[in-house]
Design a protein around this ligand. Structure first.
Ligand code: FES
Length: 107
């Protein structure tokens, strides 16, 4: 199992300790009712309502955006260098302890 912390814009932290490797970060958020991840498209990389900011210390481990994700993020609000779509981050043991933040407009 891996642990992920979701930090809301207001500082609230949802720490999920039983995330299953193989699931996406979006799936973990939805399953645990983390606010701010609506995932309207169900993980098809087509809505950007699962937008998160990856904490700087995790950026390298998480890796770069896919081309499709990049195209989708061009329409998203508040995009930063560390923006990712949570449905496109697949968990494995290397991401144990991952920290992501939610954009201000998602809550
Ligand atoms: S859930 Fe729609 S883009 Fe991630």
């Amino acid at each position: 199992m891996t642990t992920i912390s979701f930090i809301q814009h207001d500082g609230r932290v949802d720490r999920i300790e039983d995330a299953r490797p193989g699931a996406s970060v979006m799936e973990v958020a939805v399953r645990n009712a983390v606010p701010g991840i609506d995932a309207d498209c169900g993980g098809a990389c087509a809505c950007a309502t699962c937008h998160v900011y990856v904490s700087p210390e995790w950026l390298q481990t998480v890796g770069p955006r896919t081309d499709m994700e990049q195209a989708m993020l061009e329409f998203a609000e508040g995009v930063q260098e560390n923006s990712r779509l949570a449905c496109q981050i697949r968990l494995d043991e290397s991401l144990d302890g991952l920290v992501v933040q939610l954009p201000e407009h998602q809550h």
